[in-house]
Design a protein around this ligand. Structure first.
Ligand SMILES: Nc1ncnc2c1ncn2[C@@H]1O[C@H](COP(=O)(O)OP(=O)(O)OP(=O)(O)O)[C@@H](O)[C@H]1O
Ligand SMILES: [Mg+2]
Length: 471
């Protein structure tokens, strides 16, 4: 009879069952040696150490210690293996993270292209709506616009998942943000859900407040659905000092201060066979038309982009779920910087000279037409080299509007050079990607930045703002 503890089972990948022989843990090549050694020790032989490859880790032979047992203790020999549970747990977590990253890259690439197309579609519908149209046509165009916006929202979620959403990170207290969301949460959850919010701790997190709200709302809506709108939702925020990280059992969290957000519901729970898939984009168990499966993918992307970790755990008996989000914790400095004064924005850039630089012809045409319709004098360029030539030769422009992602010299470099040539010119950069280092550079230099897809109105606003508050 052969038996083992939990550590042995996990390390050897063996489910104990009556009749199992020790050699069944080893690869066929090593099994006879192990069987022989066991029978020798059982027959009174001395203790020994064997190097054997286990069936579930054939490439990493393990030192297996074989010891005789004194008579009368109910066993003849004992096998001991190093406990690999921790290593296995880490390997699984790393594998899952790598997989999510690959899916993220794929999704991000598709989203980026769609973003460009939708930018053109939305801007064109705006233009059509500005012109005189028959009532029936206007309705159809509005319908196109609504669907285009829906598409843009989906693309935004995919970009969030692939960590390419532009971020505006501030130091903030999670618990304050949570309290501010309470009224909205109460509305969303409905009267039959008992909402309990607890917040404590002194650590701040460095995150985009809008994104964090998205995280909480997505998790809360999922919880509501899992409870069919009836039950109890507990949301808590607490500090996790570095000293308590190891005890959490999540080996991938670095040992440093964190803040944890936990959302616990009393819903149906997540079956073990799907818990590994829930963060993947388009994974949903909801009926067609009711869920896109992008909620948790968005949450995952935001958490990763913010340098954090997320885990889901189902409660005892498979009922209820807890989502835990760990974000790096920061000490908040005593004096908080004063908010910059609000700048009154003049919405329309009528009469201004605009240099528009965009490599995608459809987007360029659409924006040029939109700006002209607003009474702007527009000159276009298809890349930075052409734009610089125009800037050097023609009359001064009031504003430069440029794409960031362009072959050759990119938009940020162009903007830097343009600002040198024409220090008074307003500069607006537009891009569908959060190429983080580039955006940071742009922000530090005081350029306006506009994330695609945007509406023409948002473009006008950004232009007007760039004219009002020079760098
Ligand atoms: N709190 C929860 N309790 C039980 N199952 C959950 C919970 N949260 C998520 N799930 C499971 O994970 C799946 C994926 O969730 P996700 O938010 O990504 O998509 P969705 O809610 O189905 O659709 P969408 O959020 O796009 O409308 C859900 O369909 C559900 O099966
Ligand atoms: Mg959801």
């Amino acid at each position: 009879m052969f038996a083992g503890n939990e550590a042995m089972a996990a390390t050897a990948g063996t489910a104990w069952r009556p009749g199992l022989m020790p050699q069944q843990m080893a690869v066929p090549d090593d099994a006879p040696v192990l069987a022989l050694a066991v029978s020798e020790v059982v027959a009174g032989g001395a203790a020994r150490t064997l190097r054997v490859a286990l069936v579930n880790r054939p490439d990493e032979p393990q030192d297996l210690r074989l010891l005789p047992f004194p008579p009368g203790l109910g066993a003849a020999a004992m096998l001991a293996l190093p406990d690999l549970r921790e290593q296995l747990r880490l390997e699984t977590q790393v594998k899952a993270a790598a997989r999510m990253q690959a899916v993220g890259q794929l999704a991000g690439g598709i989203a980026h292209d769609f973003n460009n197309l939708l930018t053109a579609v939305l801007a064109l519908t705006d233009q059509l709506l500005e012109q005189e149209q028959r009532e029936a046509d206007r309705d159809a165009i509005k319908e196109i616009r609504i669907n285009g916006e829906r598409g843009a929202k989906l693309v935004g979620q995919l970009l969030a998942f692939s960590r390419q959403q532009p971020q505006q990170r501030n130091l903030l207290f999670f618990s304050e943000l949570l309290q501010g969301l309470r009224p909205l949460l109460v509305q969303l959850l409905g009267p039959a859900v008992d909402l309990v919010i607890t917040g404590s701790g002194r650590l701040a997190v460095k995150a985009d407040p809008g994104q964090l709200e998205q995280v909480i709302l997505n998790l809360a809506i999922n919880a509501r659905d899992a409870m069919s709108g009836k039950g109890r939702l507990l949301i808590s925020v607490a500090d996790v000092p570095a000293a308590r990280i190891e005890a959490l059992g999540h080996a991938i969290i670095p040992i440093s201060d964190h803040v944890v957000l936990e959302i616990t519901d009393t819903g149906v729970g997540i079956p073990p066979d799907i818990v590994g898939k829930i963060f993947e984009p388009f994974f949903t168990t909801k009926p067609q038309g009711q869920g896109t499966g992008l909620g948790l993918a968005t949450v995952y992307g935001i958490v990763k982009q913010t340098g954090g970790y997320i885990f889901a755990k189902t409660g005892p008996g498979g009922r209820g779920t807890t989502f835990s989000v760990y974000l790096p914790g920061h000490e908040m400095a005593k004096t908080s910087a004063e908010a910059p004064p609000e700048v009154a924005v003049q919405p329309m850039p009528t009469g201004k000279r605009v240099l528009l630089v965009e490599d995608e012809p459809s987007v360029r045409t659409v924006f040029a037409r939109g700006l002209q319709r607003q009474g702007c004098f527009v000159t276009t360029a298809e890349d930075a080299v052409a734009a610089l030539a125009i800037l050097r030769q023609s009359e001064p422009f009031d504003v430069l509007v440029s794409d960031v992602m362009m072959p050759g010299i990119d938009g940020v470099e162009l903007a830097i050079e343009a600002a040198r040539l024409a220090p008074k010119m307003g500069i607006v950069l537009m891009s569908g990607y959060a190429e983080l280092p580039r955006h940071k550079a742009a922000g530090e230099l005081g350029f306006r930045f506009l994330a695609k897809p945007f509406t023409l109105a948002e473009l006008f606003e950004a232009i007007a703002a760039s004219l009002q508050s020079p760098r």
